[in-house]
Structure formats: C-alpha cells, structure tokens
Design a protein around this ligand. Structure first.
Ligand code: ZN
Length: 136
C-alpha cells in the first residue's frame, strides 16, 4: 500500500474538557475542532501538530468502543491512523496478506475521511486505522 504520513494518533480520554489543560495549557497546542461521531459513540477533539493530528476520543456511551476501551485499559493511546492513497486497494492488499480487517470496506469517519480499521490481533497489538481524504 502507499502510506504517505501519520494522519493522526487517537487517544482515549475520560473527558476532553479535563484534558485541555495538558494539551493546550502545557503543550501549547490549539484545539481547532470538536466533532461528535454518533455511530462510534464518541466525541472527538483535534489538534494539529505539523501534518499530523492528535485526536482525543471521549466516549458518549459506556457501551461504545471507547467506553469499553477505557474501562479495560484506562486512558491512553488508542490507535494510530495512517494516511494512504487508494484505501480500497490498501484494504484488499492487507486482507490478501493475512491481516484481519475490522472494516471490510471504508466508512465515513470524523472530518469526512474515509477510514477503515485493521484488527490489533494482526498488527502486533496496535489498533491501526487507514484513512484517505477523498476531498483533496
Ligand atoms: Zn482515528
């Protein structure tokens, strides 16, 4: 596949609001967008760091994926997202090389990106997201 850069790093937090003093107050980053992704049961907050973003993920439902993650593992790094060209082709290639896919075809994520996750069982424990910005 053709990965161009790290699009974002997803970090699970209990509360975006309570996380801001660190990300803004200490690191000096600026939150430029807050968006709710209903089908993922999360609220997201974005910070730009060069061409990479930090995506804070706050659960809106304890039964959602981030709610369950925090209950099991606590706050912390949740996933790494790579920007790729031709996400459909990238998924096909991953599947053909024995990688277990969480999303067999891309779906719409935050910021209108087309995204798909690879299962951490196949990636050395790193929940991996592929994303493609088709608006560019
Ligand atoms: Zn993500």
């Amino acid at each position: 596949m053709e990965i161009t850069h790290i699009e974002h790093i997803g970090i699970a937090v209990k509360s975006i609001e309570e996380s801001l003093p660190y990300w803004e107050g200490v690191l000096g980053l600026k939150c430029y967008a807050v968006e709710e992704v209903k089908d993922q049961k999360v609220k997201t907050a974005f910070f730009m760091v060069g061409q990479t973003k930090i995506e804070l993920l706050e659960s809106t439902d304890p039964e959602g994926p981030i709610g369950k993650f925090i209950e099991k593992k606590g706050e912390g790094i949740h996933h790494i997202a790579f920007a790729t060209k031709n996400i459909e082709g990238a998924l096909e290639e991953a599947a053909s090389k024995g990688i277990q896919l969480i999303d067999k075809s891309p779906r719409l994520g935050a910021e209108g990106l087309h995204i798909a996750f690879l299962h951490p069982k196949s990636t050395g424990g790193v929940l991996t997201e592929l994303c493609e910005n088709k608006q560019k």
